[in-house]
Design a protein around this ligand. Structure first.
Ligand SMILES: Cc1cc2nc3c(=O)[nH]c(=O)nc-3n(C[C@H](O)[C@H](O)[C@H](O)COP(=O)(O)OP(=O)(O)OC[C@H]3O[C@@H](n4cnc5c(N)ncnc54)[C@H](O)[C@@H]3O)c2cc1C
Length: 481
């Protein structure tokens, strides 16, 4: 038997590596096992490389609209796909190198290979069945390998992978998952995106800005269906203005593959089937937890709908085994994984006053153009819960900074409890709202009321002023509209 640890974390994504660092900070002897890429999906195939691609799209968009800002750009502006993808991959590599550095700095052992739970307190690490991702920064010196390892506490942070619909499985060539969509060898002329959640709509936005003819098919009645209906409708209008075609309450039922194209049979809202042909298709119908082949069944660890069942502190039903991040269920977001990691480890270490996860306070951000960000209850959900509410709205067209930036398409919507004034939800669409939302997240965490927000001074000129105006509007006091 190899080394004995206090904590072993399986998976080095934002859940796993943050858990490992916090455990080490608390004086626990810690190791993290990884089979493919340090830093997980988030840094290598998710949050960060997509934002790099979207940044290229944003710069292209600005350059194309330079004359709106009084600038003449000589010559043609066109995307260099290879350079865009190389930039994104280089950033992913930098991120995984960063996590390697952090493991070393915090004296966390890295074990390279595929981990499986064999009994409480024990894992076996075997040779990985996955090809290590390239490019990847060099692994920390002294990285350990295959063997049996034991720990008092084992945290499963194995993440998730793309979900596939039967009969419409991605093949990596004509039907892509986010992996292939992130590294296109050439730009398709047309693209069909199945699913308009955050992943689908970010890729739709990227490819549309790159000049691709994009069609989105969404089975629900709104794009980004988890968002407030008004915000989704606002964003949809903007996407359509940019030339995106969007079919709601529509379902891809079958796909025929040609030599270099796909033809999707799409059952539309009215029941009629339309055939849509595109060069490539992205299947973005969600992700599912990596719960297979890690020994959960043998240990009797409970799962539900493809995820490990945990309590508010990451504990599973088996003593000494914990789960965090995507494998522990939705929302499947990096910051949720990180927060769960800290809660789980602090509870293991016996720290006082550890608060369980409150899922209502997890913000959600989508980095399409325009961006969308939210926290708390949507108007529909607040009403469904029987809450008596006040709703405030403020448009970007009435905000000086947004106008100066040439970004006047957006809005902020806030929802308050009528009786107590408690902020129940905030929903934003427009430029930079993924940065603005944190103001409302802090406010909600402090159980803010409308009065405290109204007493807060927002700097001028900033788009953040729309946040305050939205609060004022909920109480009939908006000043600039
Ligand atoms: C295209 C895309 C864009 C996204 N954008 C955002 C965003 O903007 N914001 C956001 O918050 N979230 C975003 N996400 C979601 C985010 O990436 C995930 O929520 C996050 O990575 C989950 O972290 P995790 O630690 O649970 O798992 P992961 O990051 O998936 O890491 C799990 C790790 O475990 C390893 N592993 C699995 N099984 C084993 C095993 N048996 N042995 C050893 N190692 C194993 C895997 O190789 C992997 O490295 C995006 C996802 C995608 C796909």
């Amino acid at each position: 038997m190899a080394d004995n640890y206090d904590v072993i974390v399986i998976g080095s994504g934002p859940g796993g590596y943050i858990a490992a660092i916090r455990a080490a900070q608390l004086g626990l002897k810690t190791a993290v096992v990884e089979r493919e890429h340090l830093a997980g999906i988030c840094s290598n195939w998710g949050c960060i490389p997509t934002k790099a691609l979207l940044r290229s799209a944003e710069v292209l968009h600005l350059a194309e609209h330079a004359k709106n800002y009084g600038l003449k750009l000589e010559g043609s502006i066109s995307p260099d796909l290879k350079a865009i993808v190389d930039r994104s991959r280089g950033i992913a590599q930098r991120m995984n190198g960063g996590v390697g550095f952090l493991m070393k700095k915090n004296k966390v052992d890295v074990i390279w290979g595929e981990a499986k739970l064999t009994k409480p307190g024990q894992i076996v690490v075997s040779k990985s069945t996955k090809k290590p991702m390239e490019p990847q920064a060099p692994l920390p010196k002294n990285t350990l390998g295959e063997g049996t390892y034991s720990a008092k506490h084992i945290i499963v942070a194995t993440g998730a992978r793309p979900r596939a619909l039967p009969g419409i499985e991605p093949d990596g060539k004509l039907i892509w998952t986010y992996f292939e969509a992130m590294v296109p060898p050439e730009m398709p002329k047309s693209l069909l995106v199945m699913g308009s959640g955050a992943i689908g709509i970010e890729f739709a936005s990227f490819y549309r800005t790159m000049g691709v003819d994009v069609t989105v098919v969404e089975v629900m009645p709104a794009v980004m269906p988890v968002e407030d209906a008004e915000i989704s409708a606002f964003a949809k209008k903007q996407f359509e203005k940019q030339g995106m075609k969007i079919h709601l309450e529509a379902k891809v039922t079958k796909v025929e593959k040609g030599a270099n194209s796909v033809t999707a049979h799409v059952e539309m809202k009215d029941g009629k089937v339309e055939k849509i042909t595109a060069d490539r298709m992205i299947s973005a119908v969600g992700v599912q937890g990596n719960i297979e082949n890690i020994g959960l069944e043998a240990l009797g660890i409970k799962t539900d709908r493809g995820c490990i069942v945990i309590d508010g502190y990451g504990k599973t039903n088996v003593a000494g085994i914990y789960a965090i991040g995507d494998v522990a269920g939705p929302p499947m977001l990096a910051h949720k994984a990180e927060h769960e990691a800290v809660i789980c480890v602090e509870k293991i270490a016996g720290l006082p006053n550890v608060h369980p996860m409150d899922k209502l306070k997890i913000p959600g951000c989508t980095y399409c153009n325009p961006q969308v960000a939210s926290v708390g209850l949507t108007e529909a959900r607040a009403k469904a819960e029987g809450k008596d509410i006040r709703v405030g709205r403020f448009p970007f067209v009435a905000n000086g900074k947004a106008i100066a930036l040439g970004e006047d398409q957006g809005m902020v919507k806030t929802i308050f409890d009528k009786k107590t004034g408690q902020l129940l939800g905030a929903h934003l669409v427009g430029a930079e709202v993924t940065e603005l939302i944190q103001g409302f997240v802090v406010a909600m965490n402090l159980e803010t009321t409308e009065e405290e927000l109204m007493h807060t001074i927002f700097p001028h000129p900033t788009i953040s002023e729309t946040m305050k105006e939205s609060v004022l509007d909920a109480y009939g006091r908006a000043l600039n509209a």
